[in-house]
Write a protein that binds this ligand. Structure first.
Ligand SMILES: NCc1[nH]cc(CCC(=O)O)c1CC(=O)O
Length: 309
């Protein structure tokens, strides 16, 4: 049996998701010019309830379930995900077979009046819907007011421009990808606001029985990013979390070793349990688990148990 020379990529319809799918499409065509690569656009639950706060809609993987169904039904051959949005545990029969080179993992500060977070006057309104960002901002700047901010990137920037907020926080990676970097006033150092698990990394998902696709997509994998994301995601998995929890982790490579920093925070920002671990890159997943146990034993367990959603 010969393989058909056609690949279908399942993607969400947002500008960022389409950019990411196009990016994978273009990369695949460089390696495999004999293939045709099509995009299949899918509307997810997360897209349909853009005005409800993420933690209220509930459920992990809000943005990925319908996409995963298209893979299980064999309607699409692969899906491109922001790894930040992919829950720690992946649906049976599916796998992330490749993780691509990471874009800037830092959060970005965007404002039309200030050049950095510490220029904001007390009482200023800062927009984010991420409990991870909210808790860390409140811890650093208790005098700021954090207000919910939902929608795709254009919607969020429009809400800033219409005066609903003095500043907003977004991921640098998304803004850079769609060419909005000029809006970024400050790249927030990862030691000031620790990024979300896997922020900036794209993952390629397939059905586990698609050995043909796994082989094809291996050319797009980045070994270093794969190790870092593996450590961060094993940390998240051990804490039972998703991107909707006030949990952060960021791994970097130093030679053949990996430095993993992580935290669990109370939403009010009054209690942040931070720790870090350093060890051989070959033990990336174990480092993530060990860091999770360390943070749980230092009070992270109490914080996570008290979250009410
Ligand atoms: N939760 C939405 C989401 N998922 C991935 C990104 C940014 C791109 C990335 O992290 O790869 C964003 C937007 C944001 O947080 O500003």
């Amino acid at each position: 049996m010969s393989l058909s020379k056609k690949i279908v990529i399942a993607t969400r319809a947002s500008k960022l998701a389409l950019w990411q799918a196009e990016y994978v499409r273009n990369n695949l065509l460089l390696f495999y010019p004999e293939y045709s690569v099509d995009l299949l656009t899918i509307i997810t639950k997360g897209d349909r309830f853009l005005d409800t706060s993420l933690s209220k809609i509930g459920g992990k993987g809000l943005f990925v379930k319908e996409i995963e169904k298209s893979l299980l039904d064999n309607v699409a051959d692969l899906a491109v995900h922001s790894m930040k949005d992919v829950p720690a545990d992946i649906q049976n029969d599916l796998e992330i077979c490749s993780i691509m080179h990471r874009e800037d993992p830092r959060d970005a500060f965007i404002s039309n009046t200030c050049f950095s977070m510490d220029e904001l006057m007390p009482g200023s309104v800062i927009g984010t819907s991420s409990l991870r960002r909210e808790s860390q901002i409140k811890n650093l700047f208790p005098e700021l007011i954090v207000k919910s901010l939902r929608g795709n990137l254009d919607t969020r920037l429009n809400k800033l421009d219409s005066g609903d907020y003095d500043a907003i926080i977004l991921a640098s990676a998304g803004l850079k990808r769609i060419g909005y970097n000029a809006r970024i006033k400050q790249y927030i150092d990862s030691d000031v606001i620790l990024p979300a698990v896997a922020q900036g990394a794209l993952g390629l998902q397939i059905r586990s029985d698609r050995d043909d696709m796994r082989a094809l997509l291996s050319v797009l994998s980045c070994v270093d990013t794969t190790a870092c994301v593996s450590a961060e995601r094993s940390f998240l998995r051990m804490l039972g979390g998703s991107c909707q929890f006030p949990i952060a982790a960021y791994a970097t490579l130093i030679g053949n070793n990996l430095l993993l920093k992580g935290l669990v925070a109370s939403v009010d920002g009054n209690n942040i349990i931070k720790s870090e671990i350093f060890g051989p890159v070959s033990t990336a997943a174990d480092l993530g688990e060990a860091l999770a146990h360390d943070i749980l034993s230092k009070g992270g367990d109490k914080i996570l148990n008290s979250l009410s959603f």
